[in-house]
Design a protein around this ligand. Structure first.
Ligand SMILES: Cc1cc2nc3c(=O)[nH]c(=O)nc-3n(C[C@H](O)[C@H](O)[C@H](O)COP(=O)(O)OP(=O)(O)OC[C@H]3O[C@@H](n4cnc5c(N)ncnc54)[C@H](O)[C@@H]3O)c2cc1C
Length: 438
C-alpha cells in the first residue's frame, strides 16, 4: 500500500551513485530514503582511486556530454555541496615508455577526443616532461598531459553523508533490499530484511548487486565482477607523484598525507577474477574477451567469496521466489604481492619511490558491463523504476554528471544531456564484451 507519509523516492545503494542521486533528487524537492545493506561507501566507492577529469582548454565539439558535465560538477563540488573532497587538480599524466604504448595511445586518443568533455591534451617529450617534473628520472619517451586529478573517495562519501542529512534524506544502513511489490507496471514498495517501504519511485544503484534486483524487474544486466587490488605506501615527500600518473603497468596518486596509492596500469591492469557462480551467467558474452585478455587477468579462487555467494543463494531459496539476498560485509581478499610489480615499475620511473614500504593493502571489486558503459535510465516496461549501475571502473569519472541527469529525468521528465548510449534497452541487443577489458 502506498502510504501518504511514504517517501517519494527509495534509492537502493549507498555508494557514490546512490547517495549523489539521492542528494540531487532532494535538491530538486523530492523526499528520499536510501537503503544500504552495509554502510555508506562500503563497497566500490570508498575504495576507489577516484581519478577524475576536470575542465580546461577546448570543450569537445557537439552537445554537452556526461563526461563534460561530470568534470564541471567536480570542479564546483565543494562550493555547491559545502563539503571538502580534497580536490587535486594537478593533472592527469599518461606515461609513454615504448612503441607499444605509443600505438595504444594513438587508439585511445581517438576515443578521448570523441568522448571526453574537454579533450585538449598536450604531448611533452621526455626532456620537456623532466624539466617540469624532475622527479621522473627513469626512462620514458613522452607524457600525455590532460586536465584532471583526483579526489579523496572517503572524504567524498563522508561529505555526501552529511549533505544527505542536511537535505533531510533518511539513510538506513544495514538494510538490504530484497524485492519489490508491484501493481500493474508500477512499483509500490521495496521489500527489505526489515519490512517493506512504500515508494512513489525506486532507483536501483546497488553496484555489483544491481543485476539480482533488476532481474526481478525484468531487466537482465550481464555484469562481470573483477577484483582490483590496491596498495598504499607510507608517507613520502610532497610532489613525489604529479596529479594522477598512469603508466602501462601502474596507476599512482599521492594522498594529502604523503602516502601513495598504486593500482593497475592502462595496458596491463592486472585485474583478478575470482571464480564464482556468477561466471556461469553470460559466459557466452565474457568468454571470448577473457580468453583474449588471459595474460592480463589472473584467475583466483576466493573461498570466502564463494561461501558468501553460496549462503546468499541458499538464503534466496529459503526466502522464496522473487527475493534477492546478497552478501553483506564482504571484504575481498588482498595481498600486497598483487601490486609489487607495479610498485617496482613506478620506482624505476621515480626513484624516490624505490624501497617505499607498503603500509596498507586492500581490494575493491568492480562492476563491468560488456561495453564498459554504465546503465542509466528508466527500466523498460515499468513506470517508476530506474537504474544507475555498471560504471565499469569509471564511477568517479561519470558519477556527478550521471546522477545530475538521472535526477532531472526523474523529477523533470527530461535531461539536459543525452543519455541515449547508456539506456538499459541496449542490454537487450546481442552484446559482446569489449576486448580491451579495462
Ligand atoms: C580499487 C578501485 C579503484 C577505482 N579507481 C577509479 C578511478 O580512478 N576513477 C573512477 O572514475 N572510478 C574508479 N573506480 C570505480 C568507482 O569507484 C566505481 O565505479 C563507483 O564507486 C561505483 O559506485 P556505485 O555507487 O555504483 O557502487 P558501490 O560503491 O559499489 O555502491 C553500491 C552500494 O549498494 C549497496 N547494495 C548492494 N545491494 C544492495 C541491496 N540489495 N540492498 C541495499 N544496499 C545494497 C552496496 O552495499 C554498496 O554500498 C575504482 C574502483 C575500485 C574498486
Amino acid at each position: 500500500m502506498h502510504q501518504s507519509d511514504a517517501p517519494d523516492i527509495v534509492v537502493v545503494g549507498g555508494g557514490l551513485i546512490g547517495v549523489l542521486t539521492a542528494v540531487e533528487l532532494a535538491d530538486r524537492g523530492a523526499r528520499v530514503v536510501i537503503l544500504e545493506k552495509d554502510d555508506i561507501g562500503f563497497e566500490q566507492s570508498g575504495r576507489s582511486v577516484a581519478a577524475i577529469n576536470l575542465p580546461g582548454g577546448d570543450v569537445n565539439a557537439g552537445p554537452r556530454s556526461m563526461l563534460r558535465l561530470t568534470a564541471e560538477q567536480w570542479s564546483g563540488f565543494e562550493d555547491r555541496w559545502g563539503c571538502g573532497i580534497d580536490l587535486n587538480d594537478e593533472g592527469w599524466y599518461i606515461v609513454v615508455a615504448d612503441a607499444e604504448d605509443e600505438a595504444w595511445l594513438e587508439i585511445e586518443r581517438a576515443t578521448w577526443h570523441s568522448t571526453a568533455g574537454f579533450s585538449e591534451s598536450q604531448i611533452m617529450d621526455a626532456e620537456a616532461a623532466r624539466k617540469r617534473f624532475p622527479q621522473l628520472e627513469g626512462p620514458f619517451l613522452a607524457l600525455d598531459a590532460r586536465h584532471g586529478g583526483h579526489v579523496d573517495a572517503v572524504m567524498v562519501m563522508n561529505g555526501l553523508r552529511q549533505v544527505a542529512s542536511r537535505l533531510g534524506i533518511e539513510i538506513r544502513c544495514g538494510t538490504m533490499a530484497t524485492g519489490f511489490q508491484k501493481r500493474g507496471e508500477a512499483i509500490t514498495a521495496v521489500e527489505t530484511n526489515a519490512g517493506s517501504t512504500a515508494c512513489g519511485t525506486v532507483v536501483v544503484a546497488a553496484g555489483l548487486w544491481s543485476p539480482y534486483l533488476c532481474d526481478q524487474l525484468g531487466l537482465h544486466i550481464p555484469m562481470q565482477r573483477v577484483r582490483a587490488p590496491a596498495v598504499e605506501t607510507g608517507p613520502l615527500p610532497p610532489n613525489t607523484i604529479p596529479g594522477f600518473l598512469r603508466g602501462a603497468t601502474f596507476g599512482a596518486r599521492q594522498n594529502r598525507n604523503g602516502t601513495i596509492r598504486v593500482t593497475g596500469g592502462y595496458r596491463f591492469s592486472a585485474m583478478l577474477h575470482d571464480l564464482s557462480l556468477n561466471d556461469l551467467r553470460d559466459l557466452r558474452i565474457w568468454g571470448p574477451a577473457l580468453w583474449q585478455n588471459r595474460k592480463d587477468v589472473s584467475f583466483r579462487f576466493d573461498p570466502a567469496g564463494l561461501k558468501a555467494e553460496i549462503s546468499s543463494a541458499i538464503a534466496r531459496r529459503r526466502a522464496g521466489e522473487g527475493q534477492t539476498v546478497v552478501p553483506q560485509g564482504y571484504q575481498p581478499p588482498s595481498n600486497p604481492r598483487d601490486r609489487y610489480s607495479q610498485l617496482r615499475a613506478l620506482g624505476e620511473l621515480i626513484p624516490a619511490v624505490r624501497g617505499a614500504r607498503v603500509h596498507r593493502s586492500f581490494s575493491g571489486v568492480m562492476d563491468l558491463t560488456p561495453d564498459l558503459q554504465p546503465v542509466i535510465g528508466r527500466i523498460p516496461e515499468l513506470e517508476n523504476a530506474y537504474v544507475a549501475t555498471g560504471f565499469s571502473g569509471h564511477g568517479y569519472m561519470y558519477g556527478p554528471g550521471a546522477c545530475y541527469a538521472l535526477s532531472q529525468m526523474i523529477v523533470e521528465g527530461a535531461t539536459t544531456i543525452d543519455l541515449e548510449s547508456y539506456r538499459p534497452e541496449r542490454l537487450r541487443t546481442k552484446m559482446k564484451m569489449r576486448e580491451q577489458i579495462f
